[in-house]
Design a protein around this ligand. Structure first.
Ligand code: TXA
Ligand code: MG
Length: 317
């Protein structure tokens, strides 16, 4: 059921049911985070391994303090700067966090999302919700209510329709390793924006040394149609039935299944339409989708990270 009733969303969450909630990044598949059976339903609905921890979502800072055992100053600065917003912090968990939420790790991921309807729901609850992106495991994250309905509609009790997600790209995940700010997942907030707040250089966390941080599974976010990432337009594509997603290929605009993400260097606006474009072209069952690589400025590194994952075949052994 899709609707826009805050109280209905709250009631289902209170009952331990699944509710898809809009956020400024992507839609989340939410359940009461203090109820192990409710959280288990998230993993079942998504077909997601329970070794992959979930993010706790809060409506206000006060409640966060019950679920973490420490809040390092530099991460507090980031929270002050970006919450509510597309920033997820890895913090030492308190004993209020049940194992199924964070896969029994020492840290728990937390964020306060910035979407007016979801903030209203969360502020009415006296517990956080656990929520991964509301897509089947490995598939593209949903940026509108209809994506959730088409992929998981029969497994979700209620989809709160909050329109198109403003950022359309997941939150940036930040934590501390070796006393340094690390980015665990590039996201809607750029590395420069993070280091402008803390005044230090941030490192990209090397996930190959930490295989249990499945946030970094290479084949996340992939459409079913094969994806190819390219720098330059190739003339031979104009003869084919390929999908094209680009930002500056004039020739591509003449093709039937071509989507231009933005005019000029408006990477935020390009990012907000990237998943939706992959999703739409994926429904057309084309032979392949060619996506133009983004320059390494602004959101470019985040968007290229998602392209790389989308281009990694799921069944590569
Ligand atoms: O923008 C977002 O972050 C969206 C919206 C719904 O909030 N959520 C989202 O959740 O993208 P999900 O589960 O699809 O991705 C979160 C990633 C997971 O890949 C998980 O491995 C990582 O965060 N993660 C969560 N808790 C973690 C932890 N304690 N340590 C390391 N990684 C963690
Ligand atoms: Mg996800």
């Amino acid at each position: 059921m899709i609707g826009s009733n805050i109280q209905t969303a709250k009631r289902f969450l209170d009952e331990g049911k699944l509710v898809a909630l809009p956020t400024e990044t992507v839609y989340g598949l939410a359940a009461k985070a203090i109820d192990a059976n409710a959280v288990r339903r998230i993993f079942e609905a998504k077909n997601r391994p329970q070794t992959n921890p979930l993010i706790l979502h809060f409506g206000e800072r006060k409640l966060v303090n019950f679920y973490v055992s420490a809040f390092p100053l530099r991460l507090k600065q980031l929270a002050d700067a970006f919450w509510p917003g597309p920033l997820t912090l890895l913090l030492p968990k308190s004993d209020q966090v049940i194992d199924i939420v964070n896969a029994g790790k020492d840290e728990v991921a937390v964020r306060i999302p910035n979407h007016p309807m979801t903030l209203q729901v969360l502020k009415e609850l006296n517990y956080p919700v656990a929520a991964p992106s509301a897509n089947p495991f490995g598939y593209i994250s949903p940026t509108q209510a209809s994506h959730v309905d088409e992929q998981l509609g029969d497994r979700v009790n209620y989809i709160l329709d909050g329109g198109n997600c403003e950022n359309g790209i997941e939150s940036t995940i930040v934590g501390i390793r070796n006393n340094q700010i690390n980015i665990f997942r590039l996201g809607a907030i750029t590395a420069d924006e993070i280091s402008n707040v803390t005044g230090e250089v941030v490192s990209l966390h090397n996930s190959s040394s930490d295989p249990l941080a499945p946030g970094m599974l290479p084949y996340h976010y992939a459409p079913r149609t094969p994806i190819m990432i390219e720098e330059e337009w190739k003339e031979r594509w104009s003869e084919t039935h390929l999908g094209i997603i680009h930002h500056s290929w004039a020739k591509a605009d003449e093709m039937k299944h071509s989507i231009r993400l933005s005019t000029g260097n408006r990477w935020k606006s390009a990012g907000s339409r990237l998943y939706q474009s992959m999703y739409d072209l994926d429904q057309k069952k084309l032979e392949g989708i060619i996506i133009q690589r983004f320059p390494n400025e602004g959101l470019g590194p985040t968007l290229n990270d998602r392209l790389k994952r989308a281009a990694t075949p799921k069944h590569n052994g």
